[in-house]
Ligand binder design. Structure first.
Ligand code: AQP
Length: 360
């Protein structure tokens, strides 16, 4: 009898707990609308190139005007999914911060912070990872591409999309500006948010992709591949710190076909299409407009005009970056303030997540 009454009161308690959880989740389902928050990140794996700039950073600056809550993270935890030299990584974090500031990211209007300084990204990644089947990660193209040439690919490289989901969800990010190649990762973030919500109560928003309009900038040496910080050949990319002469030389040497007139054909003439895409990214013209304006212009001459446009766009950024990097103390202060602001949002969120999971 005593046993059965203890048993029934235990059932009653757990039923109440379930009912409370259900009521809470249904209240949040019905009444909680998630405030809009834009979240994105960039890896400190080197000096940003014009692909990062036109594909992401320039758009981030615009988003500051259009949205009230924006958060941009220097995602150093992601960068160690491939080996990094500690001294170089330290330097890259400084230069990436300077670069974002020089491009126009304003730490007073949004939050600019270093991912590893907020310890809860990895904590939430673990919690989300415990709800994520291997099958969800196996097919992701970035994993397939990056691990393809590796003898022993590392676990971090495989699970980094889960960390990316944690980055966004830790702040209840609702809008994620990314290039098309990243959309499957945001899909994963949505799936992991849903799995968590179904199991523990409606807590996370479903983050949405904010597709960047800018084209994928291709390598200047291999126009079939995207421009990348980690490509060994520095002639394959134009870094934001390149001098005017370096820019001119790299554009002049960009791989194109042997025809000399200016026409736009992404598949047939990928090298030239990439260069025209760059002009469009700077001037907001359409490829057909660029071709019309360049009837009768020879390719060599077109390359020089494009280099001039790039030099005019990038030189003020380079100079501002140099100015900022001459006062490292100021940059460290900005990183510290960013951490504090990020922790103010992330702290209560991770506490609630832990409570929902049953850690407290
Ligand atoms: N070539 C590109 N064209 C357009 N957008 C690009 N992005 C990167 N390359 C191009 C966009 O830049 C943002 C930050 O990227 P990231 O540094 O976090 O990682 P990534 O995409 O892997 O860039 P990299 O340069 O290729 O770095 P590594 O070599 O370290 O992997 C993202 O929004 C990305 O879409």
């Amino acid at each position: 009898m005593a046993l059965s009454s203890r048993f029934s009161s235990k059932i009653l308690r757990s039923t109440c707990r379930l009912a409370r959880r259900y009521l809470c989740s249904s209240i949040s389902n019905n009444n909680v609308t998630f405030p809009e928050r834009v979240f994105s990140g960039i890896q400190p794996t080197g000096i940003p190139h014009i692909g990062n700039y036109f594909g992401a950073i320039k758009n981030w600056v615009k988003l500051q005007d259009a949205h009230e809550n924006v958060m941009y993270s220097i995602v150093d935890l992601h960068s160690i999914t491939v080996p990094q030299d500690p001294a170089v990584l330290r330097e890259n974090i400084m230069s990436m911060t300077a670069c974002l500031l020089a491009c126009g990211i304003d730490p007073d209007r949004g939050i600019l912070f270093q991912q590893s300084q907020v310890p809860w990204h990895t904590e939430l990644a673990w919690i989300l990872g415990c709800n994520c089947s291997l099958g969800r990660l196996d097919h992701l193209p970035t994993w397939k591409e990056k691990s393809a040439g590796m003898k022993d690919a590392m676990l971090g490289l495989y699970t980094y999309p889960v960390l990316q989901a944690a980055d966004i969800l830790l702040y209840k990010g609702t809008k994620v500006p990314v290039g098309e190649d990243q959309t499957c990762h945001i899909e994963l973030s949505r799936a992991l948010a849903k799995l968590f919500n179904n199991r523990f109560g409606h807590y996370f928003p479903q983050p949405e992709v904010l597709l960047t309009e800018a084209p994928r900038i291709k390598s200047l040496r291999h126009p079939d591949k995207k421009m990348s910080k980690s490509e060994a050949n520095i002639k394959s990319r134009i870094d934001l710190t390149d001098s005017p002469d370096e820019i001119l030389q790299k554009v002049k040497k960009a791989v194109v076909d042997s025809q000399s007139e200016i026409t736009y054909d992404e598949e047939g003439r990928p090298g030239l299409a990439n260069l025209i895409g760059l002009e469009c990214a700077i001037t907001q013209k359409s490829p057909s407009q660029v071709c019309e304006e360049n009837i009768g212009v020879m390719l060599g001459q077109y390359k020089v005009t494009l280099a001039d446009l790039l030099i005019a766009e990038l030189t003020p950024i380079k100079l501002e970056m140099e100015r900022l990097l001459s006062d490292r103390h100021h940059i460290s202060n900005i990183i510290e303030k960013g951490r504090d602001k990020a922790m103010e949002i992330a702290g209560p969120n991770i506490a609630e997540v832990k409570s929902l999971v049953g850690f407290k």
